[in-house]
Design a protein around this ligand. Structure first.
Ligand code: SAH
Ligand code: SF4
Ligand code: F3S
Length: 439
């Protein structure tokens, strides 16, 4: 690599889950602290950080097409090119391979090492390429600058990594073992987010409900502490594992008013043989028991989940079990995916991989079923009164968009400002949003 002038502007592009969004924000803050500014909209940046996702094949391949596009767009007259850093889960999984496959990339940095990016940028300026996929003992959280201005709804990563090793999943390899950030760090970061404008905080983790305090207490302790911050109106958390839904956390849904009535609890499949092959370590019945307990604590809770269709060996009858579960639970919203074999995971080597055409058909049937339960949930909300947290302006004059307590998108017309909680009556329901009238 040739030496290049120090970057003056940057752009961070995040793919994948909300934890990557959070990491992307923190990288941006760190770069700003280094004196590099965000590139103005529509202008090419001197430094591009691709914060990547490895969860499915399509997500991972995006990296290489993006690199190709950046290089092609940047035919500069002076012969310089933007510096490219690949961060996130593809960086962790493919490290050196990216260096070989994409000579335009000068930095590859894993999700637990990006606080070391400034040193890597200095190397890149001098023409040296570097790869850092360590999972260092000092954590990125300790090394990053304080939070700046944020919107009304902010993310806070409280837990990272996964020890569950579902047989299809790369996360335990890309994010490492489960770690919980310390209680006091989190309370002060939450306070800073609120000071910077957040009215709602979503606690994030690959298994957020596995968060434990030093003394062994669970996520409900953190939720209770954040609920005591007066200007914070709403608390959410995602993503949870069914086996980590403790009695204490379930009780928080009854006792903590600021904890919103929404639970994202992925089940992946509705058949016990498939769940076992996935190494989910729960059954359909144990999952449903957890949902019953949560509903007993918070009857109006909105439920959400993730599903995979076409896991190796999944029969038509086993897939039908998933459809039955969807109808039984009546999800308010869900994500569903075709199984994607990931290099190095046990499921990728299993017999009876399912043909793409079968997966396409199953996904369509599942999504039709999920759209049905979602519309039914939204319709059942019509007539209710609730607060909407205003997130942005709508297209029409005086129109505002925000979220209900059940995480539905709601639009209404009236006087409001971003960050307000406006009491509305829900008047009309569509599949993806509702209309409301201020009361
Ligand atoms: N820790 C979370 C989910 C992390 S990944 C949990 O266990 O719930 C988000 C979702 O991606 C998973 O819930 C799963 O539905 C999907 N997913 C993960 N690996 C996948 C793969 N190999 N193919 C298709 N979908 C996958
Ligand atoms: Fe992946 Fe399973 Fe861990 Fe979720 S619990 S991150 S699906 S291994
Ligand atoms: Fe993707 Fe990594 Fe998140 S693989 S889903 S960015 S943890």
């Amino acid at each position: 690599m040739r030496p290049s002038p120090p970057p003056r502007t940057f752009r961070v592009k995040s793919f994948g889950c909300q934890m990557n969004v959070y990491d992307g924000e923190r990288m941006a803050e760190m770069l700003a602290q280094q004196g590099i500014s965000p590139a103005p909209e529509g202008e090419e940046a001197d430094l591009v950080v691709l914060n990547t996702c490895h969860i499915r094949e399509k997500a991972a391949e995006k990296v290489y097409s993006d690199i190709g596009r950046i290089v092609k767009d940047a035919r500069r007259e002076d012969g310089t090119a933007p510096l490219i850093a690949v961060a996130g889960c593809v960086a962790q999984a493919e490290g050196e391979e990216i260096m070989t496959r994409a000579p335009a990339v000068s930095m590859v940095v894993g999700p637990q090492a990006y606080h070391r990016l400034p040193g890597m940028i200095a190397d890149a300026v001098e023409g040296r390429r570097s790869v850092d996929t360590d999972m260092p003992a000092e954590t990125k959280f300790d090394a990053l600058p304080a939070r700046r201005k944020v919107g009304p709804s902010a993310f806070l990563t409280v837990q990272e990594g996964c020890d569950k090793f579902c047989t299809y999943c790369v996360v335990p390899y890309t994010r490492g073992a489960e770690i919980s950030r310390p209680f006091s760090d989190l309370v002060s970061e939450a306070q800073r987010l609120v000071d910077a404008g957040a009215r709602e905080i979503t606690l994030l983790g690959q298994n957020v409900n596995a968060w434990r305090d030093g003394d062994g207490r669970g996520l409900e302790r953190l939720i209770e502490a954040l609920a005591a911050i007066p200007a914070l109106a709403r608390i959410r958390y995602t993503t949870s594992h069914p086996n980590d839904m403790t009695d204490g956390l379930i009780a928080a849904h009854r006792d903590v008013e600021k904890l919103m009535p929404f639970l994202h609890l992925p089940v992946q499949a509705g058949n016990d043989r498939v769940l076992k092959a996935m190494n989910r370590s729960h059954t359909v019945a144990s999952y449903l028991r957890v949902l019953d307990q949560v509903r007993a604590a918070r009857p109006d809770i909105a439920l959400s989940g993730d599903f995979i269709v076409g896991f190796p060996g999944e029969t038509d009858a086993e897939f039908e079990d998933t459809l039955r579960l969807v109808e039984q639970v009546g999800y308010a919203q869900c994500f569903s995916f075709k199984y994607s074999p990931r290099p190095g995971t046990p499921a990728a080597a299993m017999d009876r991989q399912i043909p793409m055409a079968v997966m396409d058909e199953r996904l369509k049937r599942l999504q039709d079923a999920l759209n049905g339960t979602q519309l039914a949930f939204n319709r059942a909300s019509v007539g209710q009164r609730c607060a909407v947290l205003v997130e942005r302006q709508g297209k029409q004059d005086g129109q505002w968009l925000g979220k209900s307590p059940w995480l539905q998108s709601v639009h209404f017309t009236g006087s409001a400002a971003i960050g307000d909680l406006i009491e509305v009556e829900l008047t009309q329901a569509g599949p993806n949003s509702l209309a409301g009238r201020p009361v």
